[in-house]
Design a protein around this ligand. Structure first.
Ligand code: DGY
Length: 319
């Protein structure tokens, strides 16, 4: 079977595919045009997808040879899962292996925003580090504060665990289902979305993105938040409305924001968010560690191999 890998991945995955005698198709360059990408997809039986290419009805109509998709990501919002399922095309993702790394970034951003790190780095760099000032731009401590998690799955659990053990934070969450493990081990409390918005000191998003959740963090939501609210998004940029977030931050309605995801990505270099001192923005590096990316490479390739042998993918999204 032919496997198209559209961008470079850690060698461990390539080795697994080769050991299993799969034929690998790659792009001529690392940033192929849409046309070149589509031509390669048409030749493939299985796609090992890196990045945010869209797999919708149009794609499947165009690439009738494609029989399976193995995503190099835990998120699968770029795939029309209903359409893939209708066509009996299995879609695999890479859960677990990146939960630590991604929650580390959420935890890092939370602390950066609480202690105004962005503002302070800029102060040093621009030569504005003056005498000690007991009142200048003070941070807020996180001890005993309330962390609100939207989407308490594997990554959310890791984030909640870190916040509880480091800062003794109270955990509240909103999810499709109750997370009994988190309720038992972290004393996490299930709340409505409304309550999460109103009661949290920090909100961290770890849910799978669906179109119904587009812009759920908007003007109306930001208005209901506490003024010391730290907004963390390491999931997908589509969850928040960037203009409304800017206004909430600029007017001081909320304390600050830490974003590892934006909408669009890469973000516009003239985005007004970049001018705000109370925002830390990273270029979607949640899973960017040697360990996580190797794990993703291995898991995505194992999904491909399983499918090629007529077996169920180990981490299938549409069983
Ligand atoms: C994921 O795995 O979903 C990360 O966000 C990378 O896309």
């Amino acid at each position: 079977m032919k496997v198209f890998i559209n961008k470079r991945i850690p060698q461990i995955g390539i080795d697994i595919l080769k050991e299993n005698n799969l034929e690998i198709i790659t792009s001529e360059n690392d940033n192929p045009s849409h046309e070149e990408w589509l031509e390669n997809c048409k030749k493939a039986d299985i796609i090992l997808n890196v990045g945010k290419n869209k797999y919708d009805k149009d794609f499947f109509d165009n690439c009738l040879n494609v029989k399976a998709i193995a995503l190099f990501s835990v998120g699968f919002d770029q795939v029309d899962i209903a359409e893939a399922t209708k066509r009996k095309i299995p879609v695999g993702n890479t859960p677990d292996v990146l939960s630590r790394a991604t929650s580390d970034v959420a935890f890092l951003l939370m602390q950066m925003v609480s202690r105004k790190v962005n503002y302070n780095i800029e102060k040093v760099k621009s030569g504005n580090w003056k005498d000690f000032d007991a009142l200048e731009e003070l941070g807020q401590e996180l001890y005993g504060k309330t962390l609100g998690i939207l989407g308490l799955g594997r990554i959310g659990f890791e984030m909640a665990e870190k916040c509880k053990s480091a800062f003794g934070m109270n955990i509240i969450y909103h999810n499709r289902n109750h997370n009994e493990e988190a309720e038992k081990e972290l004393n996490a409390k299930y709340v409505s979305f409304e309550e999460l918005v109103q009661k949290s000191d920090v909100i961290s998003i770890h849910a799978n993105f669906t179109l119904e959740q587009a812009d759920i963090f908007n003007k109306e939501t930001f208005e209901k938040m506490k003024p010391n609210l730290i907004f963390i998004n390491t999931a997908r940029g589509g969850f928040h409305n960037e203009k409304d977030l800017y206004e909430a931050l600029e007017s001081g309605k909320i304390w600050g924001a830490g974003l590892d995801v934006t909408n669009p990505e890469p973000m516009e270099s003239d985005s007004p968010l970049l001018q705000l001192p109370n925002v830390c923005i990273l270029p979607h590096i949640g899973s960017a560690t040697i360990e996580a990316r190797s794990g993703m490479s291995k898991l995505a390739s194992e999904n491909v191999v399983a499918f090629s042998k007529g077996e169920k993918m180990p981490t299938i999204v549409n069983p």
